[in-house]
Design a binder for this molecule. Structure first.
Ligand code: NAD
Length: 457
């Protein structure tokens, strides 16, 4: 007896508080990277659908910005509780569509929840400042106001976390929001938006549009969209930053990476190898903070090479849903073939897979000079037991996120996710206070009320 295959999920858009089947003519398969099984179809929405989401967000904005901050954060408290309650289920969506292990999926959801928690502090974080008597009887103050409609475009590698670097801050600040998640992993956010729907947010405050380049271009070009947050590869980050700038929008664009670790001979070599192995091979090397080049200094070379080889060989690779698996597959068969073909050129390329290049330097000075030559600056790490070396590294390393005896220096939600060079285009980063700066504009008010102090004309 043949059993009929279950129907493929058609991923809908969420516009103006309603789930809508897309009218797109182009659809793309969504496959489980561990099995190759296609289990959903995602629409590549066009400018008309994106326009509807923008109109919905624009219509919701006047009411939402007038909602007191204290009331704006109440749905976020509910969202936190819902994300906690549905963590296991969301993690399964992440593993199913991205391939990473279930424990890695849960870990990324923790950071998502943490960002929701931090954004609940908006009544404090959004405050301005003031000074009385800047001249006799004249007071001056700075207030922060939301921008209006803002949008975020996110990548495949953290389907549950990266949208939450933006969404909670954007709406807590009084903006209305449109998310365009990666078309390769649309189901985690589909489920997250079902949870958002239960929080009591008014219609149009958050919208979800699935799609690819055409949807992105429509967001960037639409005059009602005031700001764009982007995370993805460097060429696309550069393109979006330039196009948003040409359209007069503010943009924060996080790009790709090639992260280095320097291992000094005085490091605890066993610990270093374990931690660096986790950084290089965790999430199948598809973390933007994954270490991809280890620079050993002096005598560290041989012992580190042996330890890291042993750590890498001991990893259990397989389907991320299976118990005891430490590394899942990369996102697609094509990515695997690409990673394999790039291994030979690894020193120059951004491989974005579970590959660690080993390089040797004679001194910390030479190792730092090597890092200086990299086009990227997302993260740099040092393993050492010397405070002086650590201090020098922290001071001189050319990257925005620094790890000292840390393999993945991922900033907590109340610190900015920094990034330098070709890993970031913009001024304000994601998360924490930077997010509040990004999603608000400053207004300065100078006031004269005290008649007795008025100038005589
Ligand atoms: P990607 O650049 O291919 O896609 C990211 C987003 O941009 C997706 O939503 C996609 O639909 C859209 N997009 C793709 N091509 C486009 C185009 N030509 N025009 C307009 N939009 C386009 O990135 P990815 O493969 O999904 O993600 C992996 C990359 O993201 C890696 O390079 C990784 O280093 C980087 N990343 C960086 C950070 C960071 O913090 N700097 C974090 C996570 C991932």
């Amino acid at each position: 007896m043949t059993v009929a295959a279950p129907p493929l999920t058609r991923v809908p858009n969420f516009i103006n508080g309603r789930w809508q089947d897309s009218t797109a003519s182009d659809w793309q398969d969504v496959a489980n990277p561990a099995t190759g099984e296609v289990f959903a179809r995602v629409p590549l929405s066009d400018s008309v659908e994106v326009g509807k989401a923008i109109d919905a967000a624009a219509a919701a904005y006047p009411m939402w910005r007038r909602t007191p901050p204290e009331d704006r954060i109440q749905p976020l408290f509910k969202l936190k509780a819902l994300l906690e309650d549905h963590q296991e289920e969301l993690a399964r969506f992440i593993t199913q569509e991205n391939g990473k292990t279930l424990s890695e999926a849960k870990a990324e959801l923790r950071r998502a929840i943490e960002n929701v928690e931090v954004a609940c502090g908006i009544p404090m974080m959004m405050q301005g400042y003031n000074l009385e008597d800047v001249a006799r009887g004249i007071d001056e103050s700075m207030i922060r106001q939301p921008l209006g409609v803002v949008a975020a475009i996110t990548p495949f590698n953290f389907p549950g976390m990266i949208p939450f670097w933006f969404l909670p801050y954007a709406i807590a600040c009084g903006n209305t929001f449109i998310l365009k998640p990666s078309e390769r992993v649309p189901l985690t956010m589909r489920r997250a938006f079902e949870l958002l729907e239960q929080t009591g947010l008014p219609k149009g405050v958050v919208n979800l549009v699935n799609g690819g380049k055409a949807a992105v271009d429509s967001l960037i070009d639409h005059p009602k969209v005031r700001a764009i947050s982007f995370v993805g590869s460097t060429p696309v980050a550069k393109y979006i930053y330039a196009r948003a700038g040409a359209n007069g929008k503010r943009a924060q664009c996080q790009g790709g990476a090639k992260n280095h670790v320097i291992v000094l001979p005085d490091a605890d070599m066993k610990m270093a190898a374990q931690i660096i192995s986790d950084s290089a091979f965790g999430c199948a090397g598809q973390r933007c903070l994954a270490i991809s080049v280890a620079v050993t200094v002096g005598d560290a070379q041989k012992v580190f090479r042996d330890s890291i080889t042993e750590a890498a060989a001991s990893l259990r690779v397989g389907n991320g849903l299976d118990e005891g698996i430490q590394m899942g597959p990369v996102i697609t068969r094509q990515s695997k073939a690409r990673v394999e073909s790039l291994i030979g050129e690894g020193e120059k390329q951004e491989i974005f897979g579970p590959v660690l290049s080993l390089v040797h330097a004679n001194s910390l000075h030479d190792a730092l000079a090597f890092l200086e030559r990299s086009a990227y600056g997302n993260q740099a790490s040092l393993f050492t037991s010397s405070g002086a070396a650590a201090r020098r590294f922290r001071y001189e390393a050319p990257a925005g996120n620094i790890g000292i005896n840390i393999g993945v220096a991922a900033p907590m939600a109340y610190f900015p996710f920094s990034g330098w060079k070709d890993s970031f285009f913009g001024v304000q980063h994601g998360q924490g206070r930077d997010a509040v700066e990004f999603y608000t504009e400053k207004k300065v008010v100078v006031e004269r009320w005290a008649a007795e102090h008025s100038r005589k004309f």
